[in-house]
Design a protein around this ligand. Structure first.
Ligand code: RB5
Length: 150
């Protein structure tokens, strides 16, 4: 699939979302921006669902979700079967999110500081490769948890 990303935020992260969109577009990545518009309130589970559905349907390479902290929207996205959403705030967590977790959705907070430049964090995720091996075994175990056998 050519690089295409679905992105959405609630009202707590509009400015950071637009910065993500701008950087991805500068890299030649097409963005499906699912809002929310500036000045409009949105519930983060609804925004998470919009992106998660694009990802599990295979219509995009990966997703990006944002809310005030990044916490609520990452929790919500991870409720959708097949989603591995990683809340990242620096280059190291973004790199590990791809290399070890093969995350298919990135989450950011809009009201929290980042420990590295936003562009560098995005580039770290995009340019890293999943390393497989024992990490695939662990991801398979995550998928098994979706069967909810407790
Ligand atoms: C919305 O005010 C806020 O709760 C939300 O953006 C997020 O921080 C929740 O985790």
């Amino acid at each position: 699939m050519s690089d295409i990303v679905a992105i959405a935020s609630d009202h707590g992260a509009v400015e950071r979302r637009l910065k993500v969109v701008s950087h991805l577009q500068q890299r030649g990545i097409e963005c499906i921006d699912l809002g929310v518009a500036d000045g409009v309130s949105a519930d983060y589970p609804d925004q998470a669902e919009l992106v998660a559905c694009e990802v599990v349907a295979g219509r995009v390479s990966f997703g990006v979700v944002l809310c005030g902290t990044g916490i609520g929207i990452s929790i919500a996205a991870n409720k959708v079967d097949g989603i591995r959403c990683a809340l990242v705030n620096d280059v190291f967590t973004a790199t590990m999110a791809k290399e070890h977790n093969n995350a298919n959705v990135l989450a950011f907070g809009g009201r929290v500081p980042l420990y590295d430049d936003l562009h560098a964090i995005l580039d770290a995720f995009i340019d890293s490769k999943f390393t497989g091996g024992r990490h695939q075994r662990r991801i398979d175990k995550i998928s098994n948890l979706e069967k909810n056998s407790c």
